[in-house]
Design a protein around this ligand. Sequence first.
Ligand code: SF4
Ligand code: SF4
Length: 325
Amino acid sequence: MKSLINKCIPYIPVFLKRFFLKENLYFGISLKITGKCNLNCIYCSACDNSTDIDCINIIEFLRIMKNKGLFYVILSGGEPFFYSERDILIDYLKENNFYTVINTNGILINNLDYRDFLLKADEVVVSIDGDNVINDKSRGKGSFQKIIKTLGFLKNNKIKTVISTVVWKENCNEKTLEFFRKLKNKFKVTLDFEIISSELVPEHNKKNCIPETQDIGLFSETLSYYKKKFKWNEISDISIKNLKECRPIICKSFNYVLYMNNDGKLYPCVDKIGKKDFYLGDINTFRGAGKRSIYCNGCKCNSLLNFNTILSGKLDLNSLIRWVK
Ligand code: SF4
Ligand code: SF4
């Protein structure tokens, strides 16, 4: 496993060339390689059994984008382990020196093939929403214990691990932060909290999932306190502020970072899948979005929010810590 900075260094000449030629520089992509998943989280609408795009098409696209600076690839889903050609894809990524992140639900740890898959990543993002009771309520009975086992496995194998927590109605409180304080101490993980996006919650579960505004406000203030007290530097002030004041924003991040749906269509992020105004093209034909920006009514993705903030000229060094740690 190499660090993000080590993986990035060979690309510096490409970055510089594209910068001076004023050409789009695409350094990152999140690939939803499958909609299949073995969980049925209360707030999820990302799963489906649709046919996944062929690996050969993805690899051809990555090959072209590598010349435009692409080196950072997230494999997501669904559960990426269920992509039938996952091994071909991840072996290609490793052989070609991409920084590879697997975004997983973490519950297949008893499967040896799953362990081998995780061992090929430079970084693993694991979803967990709180303690045994809270996590199993949102993500499914018995999931907590397996996720904890996965965290132990990743720690023992020295793989950089990020915890991705969806803040929803029942974990939007200090108890959750206290739980993650202990978890962080034990497993030495990086933390990331994102308020559930109403655009992603199935209609029939919105009422049960979307937290009350005052609870979000309180959560945001408590998170700010924890960040200062326990030095959670990976969480930027901008993302904390955005939890309670999710304001309209001009999105420019898709000139650098893309999101691919499992039908091969490209968008700026998972929130905008299927939205006409945000459709950027298809991996079989896409060669660049052109320099432009799109009005967005609010961003729920911390990394892209941080990046958009930097692109708007407000440099917050804290927002980079999550990547270089
Ligand atoms: S693990 Fe992820 S993809 Fe699967 S149901 Fe839960 S949120 Fe959806
Ligand atoms: S949600 Fe964020 S990344 Fe997605 S379009 Fe809006 S600003 Fe861009």
